[in-house]
Design a protein around this ligand. Structure first.
Ligand code: SF4
Length: 261
């Protein structure tokens, strides 16, 4: 378990994310059983993989996969722009003997070409350039991660944003177009449920969560949030609210189109 200093405050003392958010809902046990059942269903489908962003929801799902001894490999998109805390967590995850962790990185030549043409900080100049960076660093590696897969598992929760309010637990809407079923076992979970699971099972987590980063992405595009701000407020904070998805979870006919949605 991480024992990392935080900026949270409980009775004057600095508090960790667990101390702040470990508040299970009344139906926590039912939601946990539901998530376990969804993961068994995913494993039964075969050729399914879990997308782990190294944020807390995905660490919970990886722990459920591990505990359930399910034959589901985990993949991580290492964009080349992650925080040192996130990279350290990835190393710890890879060191676990009871997990299969596949890491997908962007094509070096594409990154070099983009930076040469548009600069290291291009994402701040326009939504188009930001999405172009996401296409190179996330979407193209995602396409490789999902190639020949029948399904993938994500940590999306309905509570996270208006855009995610209707997330189904099992999403079959892209089976015909992409051949992929998407499993969202935590769709019904609250933030309190997630952190209760972390506390209960001593799940290793990203210490950035102790510094008010509820949603963790690339370092240049993620900041801490302040009290009362939306869960996703720290992601691409300079952009309009409606643009705050990188494309990974935006439904489009093809994967390459997703990054421009
Ligand atoms: S989140 Fe930011 S750094 Fe990461 S791929 Fe997208 S634009 Fe690039």
């Amino acid at each position: 378990m991480n024992a990392v200093a935080s900026i949270g405050s409980l009775g004057g003392a600095r508090a960790s994310a667990i101390e702040l958010y470990d508040k299970p809902s009344a139906s926590y046990a039912d939601k946990l059983a539901e998530a376990e059942a969804v993961l068994r269903q995913a494993a039964a489908l075969g050729d399914v993989t879990q997308a782990n962003s190294l944020g807390v929801e995905d660490m919970v799902i990886t722990d459920l996969i591990r505990r359930g001894k399910l034959d589901i490999p985990v993949f991580v998109l290492e964009t080349g722009a992650l925080h040192t805390e996130t990279l350290a967590l990835l190393e710890r995850l890879q060191a676990r003997p009871d997990l299969r962790v596949n890491v997908f990185r962007p094509r070096l030549e594409s990154v070099i070409h983009f930076i040469r043409n548009d600069g290291q900080d291009a994402m701040y100049r326009s939504i188009e350039l930001r999405k172009a960076c996401c296409e190179i660093r996330k979407m193209e590696p995602l396409a490789r991660a999902l190639a020949s897969k029948r399904g993938w598992i994500t940590g999306l929760r309905r509570e996270q944003s208006i855009a995610r309010a209707e997330v189904p637990i099992v999403d079959t809407s892209e089976v015909e177009t992409r051949g992929l079923t998407k499993f969202n076992p935590l769709a019904n979970w609250t933030q309190g449920d997630v952190w209760h699971y972390v506390a209960e099972h001593q799940v290793d987590y990203n210490p950035l969560h102790d510094q008010f980063y509820p949603s963790i992405g690339c370092a240049p595009c993620t900041r801490a949030i302040t009290l009362g701000e939306d869960f996703r407020a720290g992601r691409w904070w300079w952009e309009d609210q409606s643009a705050k998805e990188c494309g990974l979870h935006v439904k489009q006919p093809t994967i390459s189109d997703e990054a421009t949605a």
